[in-house]
Structures are given as C-alpha cells and as structure tokens.
Design a binder for this molecule. Structure first.
Ligand SMILES: Cc1ncc(COP(=O)(O)O)c(C=O)c1O
Length: 433
C-alpha cells in the first residue's frame, strides 16, 4: 500500500490535502487538475533555509521545476533567489517579485534576444548589493563570446560563472544526468583555465564563479563529494594562475521519495556541501528545484473506463501524458491512490493509462489498486509538484488544465484552465509574411 505523507492523508475514508477534501474540490471543477499545499511549500522552504542558510549557503530556486506565478510569489516572499533558463522564465520571475539581483541565468542555449533582455533587466550586474548573487552561468566558449559582445553593446559589466562538466557518474535515470562527458551541458574542466585567462581583465565580463549541476533525483551524497572535490581542485589551480573564484554554484538535484526508496534531505546534503567547501572563502550557492516543490502537489483525475483485458485490465483516466509527462518521458512512476480510501481494499493489478492516442500514454503497469474500481471514481497522483504541470502540452487538442492551491480548508484557483476557444483564437488571424 502506498505510504501517504503530509500534507496528503485520509480522513474518515476520504483523501484530504491539509484540511481540504479532494472530492469536494473535484465537485467544484472539472478533472483533471493539479492541487498544491501552501503549508507544505512554505514548510519545505523553511527546512531548506534552515539547512543551507544557517551554513552560509545561498539558495536559488530552480524554477523550471514549477513556474506557476503564485508558487513563485510565495517562494520569492521567503527571500530565496531564483535559477532560470529562458527569457520566459525571467519574465515570470520578475512578475512574481524576484529582483534581477537574485537571478542566476543558466541554460545551454540562451539566445541573443534572451541574453540581451537579461542584461537589460540587470541580471549579473556587478554594482549593487554584494550579499546577493546574480550571474550568467555560461556553458560554452561560444556563449561567452556572445555575452561579451552584447554586454559591450549595452555598456554593462556582468558577472559570469563558468558551468563546468565535472564528469562524474550519477546513479539516476540516464535522461536526467547532466554532469558526465557526452552530456551537452557545461564546459570541459581542461578548457576552463584557458577561458578564464582569455577573459581576465575584460571590461564587460567578470568571471567570478564556477558552476555545476550533475543531474536530478540524486539520492546519494557520493557524486556531490566527487564533483565538489574536482571543483575545489579547479579553484586551487585557477588561484595558482592568478584567477580568483569567489562564487561556487553547486546546482540542485537533491532526490525526493516518490512513495518508496531513498531521498536526499536538505540537512544531509547541506552538511556535505559545507564540509566539502569549508576552505572556500567565497559564496556557495545551491539551486534546488524538485526538492522544494515535488511533494507539495498532486494531480487529481477521474476514471473514464475500467476496461477488462488480458493479461490485466486497464484503468483509463481522464488525465493523459499531455497533463503529466514524466512517466512517458523518463519512465517515472508516481504513486497513485484512490480518493475514496475504502476503494483501496482488496487490491488488483491494473495498467493505468490515459486517453491519448500513444502507447507511451501509460502511467504505470501492474499497479495495485482496489478491485472495485469503477468509471467515475477519483484517483490522485502523488508527488506531482515538480516537472509536471510545467511540461503540459495540448497534444490531441487537449486543453491546459487548471491548478488549485489549498491553505487549510480554503482553496483557490492559481491557474485557470486554457480552453479550446482560447487556443483556437491564436489561429484565427493569419497575417501575411
Ligand atoms: C542548472 C540546473 N540547476 C538546478 C536544477 C534543479 O534540479 P532539481 O530539480 O533536480 O533540484 C536543474 C534541473 O535540471 C538544472 O538544470
């Protein structure tokens, strides 16, 4: 049986988030929808701050995990910085109240327009509050040359961290490792010194930092120790060559428990990072995404059919891979529970699928749920707060589903659904080119 963890639990046989009943919410709006807990989000942020900030480590939320404005606002209000990877994310972060002085612009393929907009907004500006960190995490010599050109055009001087590929192996899904040779991310360690020398004393760029991000959903501290060890050796080597590194951005990737298995809690990884960087005198930064938001959200869906079949019956939901893409993208399995606890009685194994015309629209195979399931029953996917709603699409001409946030017994819609009329409106005018 799936273990429920705060803020999701059964009360008198009904699934609740905080003190809001999921069935009641599903009676007020069409399924599927995402539902988040404000208390869990704020609790996660507090635990993260307690672990990292108490050790002098700065936190920049990796907003790619969930960029719904209300969620961003709540995180910005707690004083965290933000890690962003596109011009669109920058617009959202600004709208949610993150100042440019707390933005780190990451990403392997930033466009000229995105870099220009970020310089103009003040990302990486060297003047100003030295207790905050803002920088461009640059991933190639080519990007560095473009950034230098654009900063010069705008007569700005910006702070840069070179994202290093530390080439460490990580025990996670192959599609979410990012710090091994052959991954598209980062700059080979051997090239970093050469680039620092080339841009030393540049009037528009200051290479002040080194950055890394070795992957996501990592539950083991060993890859971090190995990668940070390599980063510290590089800092030493650069110091010998007269280049002073004052910022170390160690990325995110801290794993959470998807119902079973390990997790990497904030305290454990913060202690490891603090120990491994003890002799570093600059600013240490982390960029957690998943670990701040994953367990704050669930996806609520209704059963369209229970289709009798061999070797197993299918539970066909009204949520599809366009609403929740992680299972199709990297075989992720989210714990699934029935909203009515009684339905969790004698279990039977099903293949749980969506309505999309793709075989990969499969959420789980041989998954145990109650043997009494019927069309119309509600189910919830747990741990659906990170890399879920942000990835949704309109494939099969489906709509963008709404998002709700609960706080105690109150709930509000934090993102309206985008219906077919709205989607089709973008296709009415056909301006000639
Ligand atoms: C550069 C960078 N930083 C931080 C993160 C956040 O990772 P996670 O959500 O696993 O903490 C990512 C995710 O891919 C990333 O690419």
């Amino acid at each position: 049986m799936t273990q429920l963890t705060e803020p999701v639990y059964y009360h008198q046989g009904e699934l609740q988030m905080e003190s809001s009943q999921i069935r009641t919410l599903a009676g007020k709006m069409a399924t599927p929808f995402y539902c988040y807990s404000e208390a869990r989000l704020l609790g996660n942020v507090r635990r993260c701050k307690d672990a990292f900030e108490s050790r002098g480590i700065q936190i920049h939320y990796a907003m790619k995990a969930n960029s719904t404005l209300h969620i961003l606002r709540l995180i910005a209000e707690q004083g965290l910085g933000v890690d962003l990877v596109s011009g669109g994310e920058m617009q959202r972060a600004l709208a949610a109240g993150f100042p440019a002085s707390r933005m780190i612009f990451s990403g392997v393929g930033k466009s000229r327009a995105e870099l220009n907009a970020a310089i103009e907004a003040g990302v990486g500006r060297l003047e100003g509050n030295q207790t905050e960190s803002s920088q461009f995490n640059v991933e190639s010599a080519e990007e560095l040359a473009l950034l230098a050109e654009l900063a010069e055009q705008q007569n700005a001087r910006v702070s840069v961290a070179l994202r290093v590929n530390p080439d460490v192996s990580v025990n996670t899904h192959k599609n979410i490792t990012t710090g091994q040779k052959g991954n598209k991310f980062g700059i080979d360690m051997e090239r970093v010194c050469e680039l620092c020398q080339h841009y030393a004393d540049h009037s528009h760029l200051a290479i002040e930092g080194l950055a890394m991000h070795i992957g996501s959903q990592i539950c083991d501290t060993e890859p971090y120790r190995a990668a940070i060890g390599k980063m510290m050796a590089l800092v030493d080597q650069l110091a010998q060559e007269g280049v002073e590194i004052t910022r170390l951005d160690l990325g995110g990737g801290f794993g959470i428990s998807y119902g079973q298995g390990d997790a990497l809690d904030f305290e454990t990884i913060a202690e490891v990072i603090a120990a491994e960087t003890e002799r570093f005198h600059g600013t240490v930064i982390v960029e957690p995404g998943r670990s701040l938001v994953a367990d704050t959200g669930i996806l609520v869906s209704r059963i369209n059919y229970v289709k009798a079949a061999e070797p197993r019956s299918f539970v066909i939901l009204d949520a599809g891979m366009n609403d929740l893409m992680r299972p199709a993208l990297y075989q992720a399995v989210h714990p699934i529970v029935t909203v009515n606890e009684a339905a969790n009685g004698t279990a039977q194994e099903y293949d749980i699928v969506g309505p999309i015309c793709e075989s990969t629209d499969t959420f789980a195979r041989s998954y145990p749920l109650s043997g009494d399931l019927q069309a119309g029953d509600l189910v919830a996917f747990l741990c659906a707060g990170a890399y879920c709603s942000v990835m949704n699409s309109t494939y099969n001409s489906r709509t963008i589903i709404p998002e709700v946030m609960v706080s105690g017994s109150e709930a509000k819609v934090i993102r309206q659904p985008v219906n077919q009329q709205t989607l089709m409106a973008f296709e009415q005018d056909m301006p000639a080119l």
